[in-house]
Design a protein around this ligand. Structure first.
Ligand code: ADP
Ligand code: MG
Length: 972
């Protein structure tokens, strides 16, 4: 069953479509084979076991080969060199190959997961080669016979199932990308891609088609661990770059595997159906992507079939589209530092299970754009919010519910352990409990929204399977099945009988010991057991004599002499031992039988179990959102099909919690009204009473220009409104007093000036690329937040670009937008265009200090307070004073310039800068302030101030003068 016996190098064979080619990895680092020892291998003239190794290695050239030898996985040649370096394990040698030492290192089997994880993290692929027979079996064929071995699995970043290798709170997608054939004359923007993604650790499966422009955003949303690309497009940077950006592995697979016909066939086969109609209609491209995906799973799992759930179709029409950079800037599931900490996800997560946390993360990453589905979710959250006891009961039951999706997947793949079966049992128990809670809550009014489908799925828990698991397994089954010990006493009478036999024989041992002590008179005689000798009789060296002399030497046979002890056996002992061994063997065989039948049962109801796992994840997520709404005081958002946007008393979910945690004062809530709700789309708002005083309702425009000094809270205000949209459309309550939102189809956020040196673009270039993306894609239904664009270049360039951008958003995109800017000149736009409003964030000046009120009001900022903020930041006082002087001159110059008739080429800045010529130089103007200012008077100054010359005698005055002199000289 070796695949692809022919040797080929790690490089991609162009157009080759053999199975072996399909495994060739993208990971340049894994291409250990270019220099690997076996490349020169000629299979003649090597030992049989080396020949076997080379053959297997040759079939898996792009993987690090883990070659099972007893209790170790051994690595040889270049693989050993790489692994010893990455894993920090000792590199040794073993034998010679073609006259050269063979480098080797080994990984103990019981630590395999840990080492696998480290290699996979670093982007390597591992082929796990197992012994397929007992070495004793091989010996029967002759002393030189080699144990049968083969690769049972390729471990790649996108095909993990082990708990130790996976993050319990994150999904791990394997995603196949199929660029749809496009007519040659079609512009690149018209290109489309079909994507299919599976998490084989849970069976979650989704497919969809998107435009090439949305690809980076989609990849950021899916966050796959591994991306499959057709080898023919592998060099296409537009496909590889987004994967690199989220550090997903990319793997080229033969283009011919992207075949819609075989995709359809494989999918039907996997789902066990003859028609796909029941799961929706799939485009040809989607089926092609599915084909490559399922093919690759076959290849890496080598025959084992993971449980997959029916694919969900996701298209641009039912999700809120967010591009990759907007996702990053909004810090949805990861903060800019790359951690979960500080993200919206971390602020919202109140789930109690790993599966619930994954569900929440996936909802935050994929908010919806479909009113009905969102309402179903919100109804369920509202229902659970109103019923605190029900919610608590459910959450308590969930805390005991394990991650059954992943346990099911391991069992179906044949990698399950007794513990996994125990997890499924406990999960089903939790599901039954939760179902009974829901059934009770449904009495009367019935359940709301998504809770109905959850209750329905939980009602289908197979009582038979649950009973079997519950009666067959002990409470806390072990991780390993090979040693048995997991079948519950009383489950099978034959099992009980052999255990009885085994225990009886143990008692026989004890009585033998007593008898031998009495017969020999050696009181310290003991019956013992170890793994090498089995049972034996041990006496100290001094007491060995009686056993070796008549009459006992007939009974006791010598086995081993130790330093201080001697070991013996007897016919009776051997017989009893034989019985124990036979009983243990039978017991183990029965346990394996029990395991196999439970495993088969789980496999048979794999689909139903998947539904139950999903229902548990969903209800955890919904109950967590209700919990969040309760503890943080969120409200249910009103969504409609209009283009209104009216947030009253909105807060930033992450900043609010951070301020609370630091006890740093309350978060100041703010309104945001962009455009009016369409007539009739909303009932008259009854919130007028709750409206904070001072908000100028009439100023609401479709676009807001937000000005205010640094640190006032502009960026916070912008983001909070974008985050409220994400929260509302993923089906969560929102941090506000009330929220009316006309469904958003695309959300854009360009916040702050961030360098993207990793991608080799300067700040300004990145900014312009992202702004271009927004201006080319935003529609009337979109929401755009732009934070200080045009700062990376000269003032007038920047201002002009910002100006033109606002006009374009207004005239062409016609979207809702929040635009924070430093350019006060922009605020004149509000006067010229009716639907643009100015908003500013209030600050107070107090004792020459600036106080941030964080309150948004209509109107433009009077000035930028840059110097006050700089002062807060601790710039030296001399610099602050000097800056204030320069500013005054500049401002004077600007007004003068306006009054004078100046030449056309004379810009206001040039005119203003003229005034600077008259300004004295820094040092000349400020000799004193160059000396650092002291806040406290010196000791001498203080002493001087304390003197009263009128009351002093001449002598006292002279003494005081000397004292002052001394003080000065001491200091100096
Ligand atoms: P800007 O973008 O105007 O420079 P930021 O939005 O970065 O200002 O806000 C600066 C800091 O002010 C934030 O880190 C936050 O701690 C605080 N802040 C902002 N908005 C509020 C608010 N509404 N209530 C309380 N504190 C706020
Ligand atoms: Mg800012």
């Amino acid at each position: 069953m070796q695949r692809g016996g022919k040797w080929h190098s790690g490089r991609r064979p162009d157009g080759a479509a053999s199975d072996a080619a399909a495994t060739s990895a993208a990971q340049p680092r894994t291409s250990s084979t270019d220099r690997a020892g076996p490349a020169t291998g000629i299979l003649s003239g090597v030992t049989p076991s080396m020949a076997q190794f080379l053959e297997i290695k040759t079939a898996n050239p792009d993987c690090i080969l883990w070659y099972r030898m007893g209790d170790f996985y051994e690595l040889f040649f270049e693989d050993a060199v790489i692994a010893s370096d990455v894993l920090g394990i000792v590199l040794t040698k073993r034998g010679k190959h073609l006259g050269e030492d063979i480098p080797m290192c080994g990984v103990p089997v019981h630590r395999a997961d840990e080492y696998l994880q480290r290699l996979i993290r670093r982007g390597y692929r591992v082929a796990v080669c197992e012994q397929l027979e007992d070495p004793a079996e091989a010996r029967k064929r002759g002393s030189k016979a080699v144990v049968k071995r083969d690769v049972v699995r390729l471990v790649t970043p996108g095909t993990l199932t082990e708990e130790a290798l996976l993050d319990s709170k994150a999904r791990n997608y394997l995603t196949a990308v199929f660029p749809l054939p496009a007519p040659r004359e079609a512009p690149p923007s018209a290109r489309k891609l079909a994507l299919a993604s599976i998490d084989i650790s849970t069976g979650e499966f989704e497919v969809g088609e998107i435009s090439a422009a949305d690809f980076p955003g989609e990849i950021a949303r899916l966050a796959p661990g591994e991306l499959l690309l057709p080898d023919s497009s592998f060099d296409d940077a537009t496909l590889a770059a987004p994967a690199r950006h989220i550090s997903a592995a990319t793997t080229p697979v033969p283009a011919v595997t992207f075949d819609s016909m075989s995709g359809e066939r494989l999918l039907k086969e996997r789902l066990g159906v003859s028609e796909l109609g029941g799961f929706g209609t799939f485009e040809r491209g989607e089926l092609a992507a599915i084909g490559a995906l399922l093919r690759y799973i076959d290849l890496t799992q080598i025959g084992a079939k993971p449980a997959i759930r029916p694919p969900r179709r996701t298209g641009p029409s039912d999700v809120l589209l967010i591009d990759a950079s907007s996702r990053a800037s909004l810090e949805l599931v990861r903060s800019t530092s790359g951690d979960r900490e500080g993200s919206l996800l971390a602020a919202m997560d109140r789930t109690v299970t790993g599966a619930g946390a994954r569900e929440l993360a996936s909802r935050i990453a994929s908010p919806l754009a479909d009113l009905k589905t969102i309402a179903q979710r919100l109804d369920a959250v509202a229902f659970l919010l109103e019923r605190a006891t029900l919610r608590d009961d459910i959450r308590k039951a969930l805390r005991a519910a394990p991650d059954i999706a992943r346990a099911i997947s391991r069992v179906t793949l044949g990698r399950g352990s007794p513990r996994d079966l125990g997890l499924i049992r406990d999960g089903l128990a939790a599901g039954r409990t939760i179902h009974s809670f829901l059934a009770r809550a449904a009495e009367g009014m019935g359940l709301a929204g998504d809770l109905r489908s959850i209750a329905d799925r939980l009602s289908h828990i197979d009582g038979g399977l649950f009973e079997h698991l519950a009666s067959a397994l002990i409470d806390d089954p072990p991780h390993q099945k090979k040693d048995g010990g997991f079948v519950r006493p009383g489950f099978r009478s034959d099992h009980d009988e052999v255990l009885q036999l085994r225990d009886d024989s143990r008692r026989v041992m004890a009585s033998l010991e007593a008898r031998y002590v009495e017969a020999t008179g050696v009181r310290s005689l003991k019956v013992r057991h170890n793994n090498i000798l089995g049972f034996y009789i041990e006496v100290t060296a001094l007491n060995a004599r009686p056993l070796q002399s008549p009459p006992h030497d007939d009974v006791f046979r010598h086995r081993q002499t130790m330093a201080n002890a001697m070991r013996f056996t007897t016919a009776e002992l051997e017989e009893a031992e034989g019985r124990i061994a036979a009983a243990a063997e039978t017991a183990l065989a029965i346990e394996m039988e029990v395991f196999a039948s439970l495993e088969a049962e789980v496999r048979a109801s794999e689909r139903a179990l998947g539904e139950i796992a999903a229902a548990l994840a969903e209800i955890d997520c919904l109950a967590a959102l209700a919990e969040l709404a309760e503890s943080e005081g969120y409200v249910r958002p009103e969504l409609d099909a209009g283009t209104g946007f009216e947030i009253r008393g909105g807060r930033h979910p992450v900043v609010e919690q951070a301020l609370k945690a630091q006890k740093a004062g309350p978060f100041v809530e703010n309104d945001c009204v962009l455009g009016r709700p369409d007539a009739g789309a909303l009932p008259e708002p009854e919130t007028s009473g709750a409206r904070p005083p001072g908000f100028d309702e009439t100023a609401s425009g479709r676009i807001w220009l937000v000005t205010g000094p640094n640190m006032a809270g502009k960026s916070t205000f912008l983001r909070q409104n974008a985050l409220i949209v994400v929260m509302a459309q993923m089906g969560s309550f929102v941090p506000a007093r009330s929220a009316h939102i006309g469904l958003v189809n695309r959300l854009f956020s360009r916040v702050g000036a961030s360098d993207d040196l990793a991608r080799g673009r300067s700040t300004f270039m990145v900014e312009m690329v992202e702004t271009a993306g927004i201006l080319n894609q935003a529609t009337e239904r979109s929401l755009v937040i732009l934070d200080e664009i045009g700062r990376g270049t000269a003032t007038f360039d920047g201002l002009s670009i910002a100006w033109a951008t606002v006009e374009h958003l207004y005239e062409v995109n016609r979207c809702r937008a929040l635009f924070a800017t430093h350019y006060h000149e922009l605020t004149t736009l509000a006067r010229r265009l009716p639907d643009i409003s100015n908003a500013t964030i209030e600050v107070k000046e107090w004792n020459d200090q600036i106080v941030f009120l964080h309150k948004v009001r209509s109107g433009a900022a009077d000035r930028s307070y840059g110097i006050q903020v700089a002062k807060l930041a601790g710039l030296p006082p001399a610099v602050i004073e000097r800056a204030a002087e320069v500013l005054a001159v500049l401002e004077r110059g600007e007004t003068n310039g306006k009054g004078r008739s100046r030449s056309k080429s004379d810009s206001p800045v040039v005119a203003a800068a003229r005034g600077l010529d008259e300004l004295p130089l820094f040092a000349a103007a400020r000799p004193k302030s160059f000396v650092p200012q002291r806040d406290q008077p010196s000791a001498a100054e203080a002493a001087l101030a304390a003197l009263n010359p009128d009351e002093m005698t001449p002598k006292a005055a002279l003494d005081a003068l000397y004292a002052l002199k001394r003080q000065l000289s001491e200091k100096g």
